[in-house]
Ligand binder design. Structure first.
Ligand SMILES: [Zn+2]
Length: 252
C-alpha cells in the first residue's frame, strides 16, 4: 500500500500585511482574526488528532504575539520563517533582502534553537532570495511550484517542498469563495489521485496543504480541514512537520 506524508502548514501572518501597507483599522482587524480565533482553534484541532504541523510566521508577529508563538512551540509544532513584515522579496534589493532575512530570523530564535524552513510571503522571490536563505542556514524552502514532490534545488544547498494555489485555503475560500463541499472535493481529489498515481519518481510523496489562520479559522472552513484529516487518516499517511521530513530526506 502506498504511503503519503502529509505536511499541514499554516502561514501565521496576523496583521503584518496590513501594518506594512499602513491600512485602516477594518482591514487590520481581518488579520487579527488569526490571533483571536484562528490559531487557538487550529491548535485545538491538531491536538484532537495528535498531529504535529509547521507554522510559518513573520519576525514581527513573533515580537508582537510571543504568548501565542510560545503556545505553538509548546504543542511541539515547528516554526518556520515568513519574512519580517510579510515583505515582497522580489521588490527588495539584495542588501534589503539580507537585512530582512536577519530581522525575520532573530526573533524566531527566541522560541526555537533552529529555524529550518522558509516560505516566501506571497510565494514571490527575487533571483537571489533562495541563495541568501540557504546562506543564512535554512535547509528547506516551501515557495515554488515546479513539482509535487520535494526535490533539491539545483546548485543550492536547499530542499524544496513545492506548493500549489489549489492547495491554499486563502485562494479557495477568500478569493474564489468556494463552498465547503467544493473545497473538500478539490483537496480530497488531489489527495486520492496523488495516492493512486503511478509515476517513476522515487522522491517521496509529500502532500503539502497551506492554510492561513485568518481564513481556515472560521468554523465552517475548519470543519472542512477536520473532514480532510479524517479522510486522510483512513489511508496510509503520516502527518509530519516539514522540518522533520527535510531532515529525513537530507540524511537518506
Ligand atoms: Zn503569508
Amino acid at each position: 500500500m502506498r504511503h503519503i506524508e502529509v505536511c499541514l502548514t499554516f502561514d501565521f501572518d496576523a496583521e503584518s500585511v496590513q501594518v506594512r501597507q499602513k491600512e485602516e483599522q477594518g482591514r487590520v482587524s481581518k488579520g487579527q482574526f488569526a490571533v483571536r480565533r484562528g490559531i487557538p482553534r487550529i491548535l485545538a484541532l491538531l491536538k484532537k488528532y495528535g498531529i504535529k504541523a509547521t507554522f510559518f510566521t513573520c519576525g514581527w508577529v513573533a515580537e508582537k504575539y510571543p504568548e501565542l508563538v510560545n503556545k505553538i512551540v509548546d504543542d511541539d509544532h515547528e516554526l518556520g520563517a515568513h519574512g519580517y513584515l510579510h515583505e515582497y522579496f522580489d521588490q527588495l534589493s539584495t542588501q534589503e533582502e539580507e537585512t530582512v532575512i536577519e530581522k525575520m530570523t532573530t526573533p524566531l530564535l527566541d522560541f526555537s534553537d533552529k529555524i529550518k524552513g522558509f516560505r516566501a510571503p506571497y510565494w514571490q522571490l527575487s533571483p537571489n532570495t533562495l541563495k541568501l536563505v540557504s546562506e543564512a542556514g535554512y535547509i528547506y524552502d516551501s515557495s515554488l511550484f515546479s513539482d509535487d514532490r520535494p526535490y533539491f534545488i539545483p546548485s543550492l544547498n536547499l530542499l524544496e517542498f513545492p506548493v500549489e494555489w489549489f492547495l491554499d485555503d486563502w485562494v479557495i475560500f477568500e478569493i474564489h469563495q468556494h463552498s465547503p463541499t467544493s473545497a473538500l472535493d478539490i483537496w480530497k481529489s488531489q489527495f486520492d489521485s496523488f495516492m493512486e498515481i503511478e509515476d517513476i519518481s522515487t522522491n517521496r510523496r509529500v502532500f503539502t496543504l497551506t492554510c492561513h489562520p485568518a481564513a481556515i479559522g472560521h468554523v465552517y472552513r475548519l470543519n472542512v480541514l477536520d473532514k480532510l484529516i479524517n479522510h486522510m487518516k483512513m489511508n496510509n499517511v503520516t502527518f509530519q512537520k516539514m522540518g522533520d521530513v527535510a531532515d529525513q530526506i537530507i540524511n537518506e
